[in-house]
Ligand binder design. Structure first.
Ligand code: ZN
Length: 131
C-alpha cells in the first residue's frame, strides 16, 4: 500500500513526520512488515533522529551548514548546490520495521523530513509491505 503526503516546509530544517507514518501504518492494517519513507526531491531528505530535545533539530541545521557550505566554486546555475549535497548526504529514504502495527523506533527516535532549500511545497511517500 502506498501513501502520499504533502507538507509546507520552512527555509531549512527538520519536520517531524512520525505521526503521518504511524497513521499510514494504522490505515494499512499491516501488523508485521516493512515501511519505506521516501522523499522525491533533490534538495530535501528523510532521516531518523532524536525527537526529545528541540535543540537537536537546530544543531542539525547548523552542523549541515558548517559541513556543506555554499561555496563560490560551485557552478550549478540554480545556486543551491549545497542543498543538493546535503540531500544526497542524508539520503532520500529510510526503512522502518513494523512490529505490532507500529513503527519500531527507539524511545528517542522520530522520522524527519529534512528541508535544505525551502520554503517549498513538498511531498513524501510511505510504502508499506507486510501482512
Ligand atoms: Zn539545483
Amino acid at each position: 500500500m502506498l501513501f502520499e503526503f504533502t507538507l509546507s516546509t520552512p527555509d531549512e530544517g527538520l519536520v517531524d513526520v512520525t505521526n503521518e507514518v504511524r497513521a499510514a501504518i494504522r490505515e494499512s492494517g499491516v501488523n508485521e512488515g516493512i515501511c519505506v519513507v521516501f522523499c522525491p526531491h533533490t534538495t530535501a531528505a528523510i532521516t531518523i533522529n532524536e525527537n526529545a530535545d528541540p535543540d537537536v533539530k537546530t544543531d542539525f541545521v547548523e552542523g549541515m551548514n558548517n559541513s556543506f557550505p555554499d561555496l563560490t566554486i560551485f557552478k550549478h546555475a540554480e545556486g543551491n548546490s549545497d542543498a543538493h549535497i546535503k540531500s544526497s548526504s542524508v539520503g532520500a529514504s529510510e526503512t522502518v520495521i513494523i512490529r505490532g502495527g507500529k513503527p519500531l523506533l527507539g524511545t528517542w527516535q522520530g522520522i524527519y523530513f529534512c528541508e535544505f532549500d525551502g520554503p517549498r511545497n513538498r511531498k513524501f511517500f510511505v510504502k508499506i509491505i507486510g501482512g
